[in-house]
Every structure is written in C-alpha cells, then in structure tokens.
Design a protein around this ligand. Structure first.
Ligand code: PMM
Length: 406
C-alpha cells in the first residue's frame, strides 16, 4: 500500500482561520515551510488569501505580494511548492518562481482564465469541489448523498480541465471538506472516498482543523486540539487518498506510521482476510453490483481417494465477485473494473494448482484469488464436483462459500 503524501499548509495571510497572522512575515513563513518539510511534508501549500467564511477577498496583486517571495525562497531550497489560489495570474506568477502545483479551491470556476492558464504552465493542478463563495453556502449546501453529487460535479471540472488542455496525469481532485458542506456531508464524504476515486484522478483531502472536527470538542477547546482529530482522519483516509493537506504535519505523520503498520500486516494475511484499510468502503448504492462467471471448467486431482489423486477429474466453478461498477459504467474503462477474462484464467489456475482433499479448500483458494483484486469487496464461490465418488445416482455436488474483507 502506497503511503499518501502529506502536504503542509502555509497560509501567508493576516486572517486565515487557523494560522492567520502567524506567517505574514516572509522569514517566519520560510521557517515554517522548512519545519513542515522537516516533519514529513513532501509539499508545502502556500496560500495568500483566506477562504474562511466572511474573510475579505484580496486582489491578485496583494495575494502575489504575500506569496511570491515565500514560494520563490522555498522552491530555491528544492522544496515542492503548491500555490493555493483561485487567481490565474497568481498561479502563473507562482509557477514562474518555482511552484509545481496549482491548488485551486474553486476547481477553475472562480477565474475563467484558470484552466487554460494552468494547461499552459505544465504544473499539476488540484480541482477542489466548490459551489461558490462562502456568502452563498447557505443556499447551496444541499446534497442527497454528498459523495455522489461531489463526484459528479468534480467529474465535470475534470472534463473541463481536459478540454482546456491539461493532461489527465497532472490532475488531482479534492472533495472540499467544509466548503458548502454541513457536518453530515463531510462525514459522508469521509465514509465514501471510494466513489471519489472512480474519477481516476489522484485525490487530495483537506480535513485539517476544520469546523466539523471542532464540533466534536468542547466549545472552549483550543484550535490545536483539532490536530489529534485531524490525525485520526489522516489514518482513516490513508488507504483511499494520495495526499493529505494538514497544518500539523507531525501528528498526521505519526498517524500514517500506525496506518502503514496495519496495512503492512494486512498485506501478509491470507488474501480473503485483507483488512478494511486496504479496500474502498462500499456504499449502499453499489452494494448489489457484481460480475458473475459460471461453469468455469478445470481439470484437477483433488479428493480423498487414491484414484482421484491419480486420475484426476473435472471441477466446475461459479464465481460472483461483488464490486462497485459505477466507475466503469460511467468512464467505460477496463481499468475501472475487473477483467473477467483474466479473472477466469486466475480461477482455473487456482483450481488446477496443488491437489487437496476437500472442495472446501479449493473454494477458499479461489476466493483468495478473486479478493486479491482490490476492488472486490465480497465473493461467492461454488465448486462443483460432478464426477465425485458418490455411490448413488446424483446430478451434482458442490460447496458454496461467501468471503469478504473483514
Ligand atoms: N481547505 C482550505 C484551503 N485550501 N485546498 C484544498 N485543496 N483543500 C482544502 O480542503 C482546502 C484548501 C481551508 O483553509 P485552511 O488553509 O485554513 O485550511
């Protein structure tokens, strides 16, 4: 399992919600950027305009004056810098002085020139889910199941970016936790990051210190108490995202150490016991999706009798693999599903491998092979033995097992 990156937040603003005013001085900002990297950040995300509800918008000019010296200084030290801006002109100027990622919380909607500008810059681009400025949030924070709407809307931004000329491998998406989302919508998004992955872009997640986490703490809790909650989110989300955007890098890095230890242990377990940390969560909408393969024929030497071991016989296998097929249904990409031809060959190979006494063991082996496909969350396997040594006339005998991820 690949460990997600940590992106450290560096707000060079007088008024950001959690670190406003602390790093306005370029020297203080530079020192903080270095500290974020020393603590484990692989990117420093520099912002010069607060997105906090009620914050005063700044002109691109003021924004550039704040961020450019800091971006240039960090980049000159070999640090990968992301510029958090909604302004195409700031994005271009920041890339000019060394930024390698443009993080646009409006997903290219706030500034009509943004997508074409970044297409020409050659940088990576984060498209965050956005439904307008904070003044409009009350009117637009309605969702059925937030992961669906957010994914659909981000898919639209992803297409817009491609149309503007941005290559797909340069694109990131971000569900925009806290942006026009009520608390329940943020929790829904965290519960179903798998849907977001169906877009096929890398996923960035920004839960750090946000209000929905603060709501779990006493009213008078200091802001940095939210870092523990952020770190827990980092560990819970780690298997589903490519990067985590956080203010306190240390605590999330420690949380990822724990996650990685669990994920490493999961990787050594029998495949059908693969831990939930390695698999996308399954939401109700896709629970019934499945691929079936029936009547797969294999010749093997399983059985308790000597003649069975010596002569072999035919086995017939049916497999029902349950996985979320919505991504494949919308992008029409083989990579978004399981290739049934490959699966069929793997199942037959598993049946034809070393002889065992029981078809129960054969079924377990087949289930393990199917669950090795990370997208499959549950599998039903039936192994038939139509030539079994049964002394009375019979049509078929088989065992069926259902296995899933714990
Ligand atoms: N959140 C903030 C600012 N920029 N960018 C991305 N991609 N994702 C986010 O969730 C996000 C962001 C909120 O402000 P902060 O800098 O005070 O955390």
């Amino acid at each position: 399992m690949v460990r997600p990156e940590i992106w450290g937040v560096l707000n060079v603003t007088p008024d950001s919600f959690s670190d406003g005013g602390r790093f306005v001085d370029p020297e203080a900002a530079l020192a903080q950027g270095r500290r974020l990297v020393a603590e484990g950040a692989s990117v420093v995300d520099v912002g010069g305009e607060s997105t906090r509800p009620g914050a005063e918008p700044v002109t691109p000019q003021v924004e550039r004056e704040r961020v450019l010296p800091v971006v240039a200084a960090l980049a000159s030290e070999g640090i990968r810098v992301s510029i958090d801006t909604m302004h195409a002109s700031t994005a271009a100027a920041a890339v000019e002085v060394g930024a390698v990622i443009v993080n646009d919380v409006s997903g290219g909607l706030a500034d009509p020139a943004m997508l074409e500008t970044v297409a020409g810059l050659g940088s990576q681009v984060v498209l965050m889910h956005w439904r307008g400025p904070s003044s409009a949030w009350d009117a637009v924070s309605e969702y059925g199941w937030a992961p669906h709407e957010v994914t659909n809307e981000l898919m639209g931004r992803w297409h817009a970016a491609l149309k503007a000329g941005v290559q797909p491998e340069r694109l990131w998406v971000d569900p925009g936790l806290g942006f026009a989302k009520r608390p329940e919508h943020n929790w829904q998004l965290l519960a179903d990051l798998g849907t977001l992955r169906s877009i096929g872009a890398r996923v960035l997640l920004g839960a750090s210190r946000k209000r929905f986490l603060g709501a779990l703490l006493p009213d008078d809790a200091p802001l940095d108490e939210r870092d523990l909650l952020t770190a827990v989110v980092s560990a819970l989300a780690a298997g589903h995202v490519d990067a985590l955007r956080v203010h306190d890098v240390r605590s999330s890095a420690r949380a990822l150490d724990v996650w990685r230890s669990v994920a490493a242990a999961a990787a050594t377990a029998p495949a059908y016991r693969a831990s939930y940390v390695a698999s996308p969560p399954v939401d109700a909408a896709s629970r019934g999706d499945h691929i079936t393969l029936t009547g797969l024929r294999a010749f093997a030497h399983h059985g308790v009798f000597e003649h069975e071991r010596r002569d072999g016989q035919q086995f017939v296998v049916d497999v029902t693999a349950r996985l979320d097929l919505r991504g494949a249904g919308s992008d029409d990409e083989l990579a978004s599903t399981v290739h049934y031809g490959v699966l069929a060959e793997q199942v037959v190979a598993a049946v034809e491998a070393d002889p065992v006494d029981l078809i129960e063991s054969v079924a377990e082996r087949v289930a393990g092979v199917v669950l090795r496909h990370g997208a499959v969350w549950q599998v039903e396997v039936t192994v038939h033995k139509p030539q079994a040594p049964i002394t009375v006339p019979f049509a078929d005998v088989g065992v069926t097992i259902v296995r899933g991820r714990s």
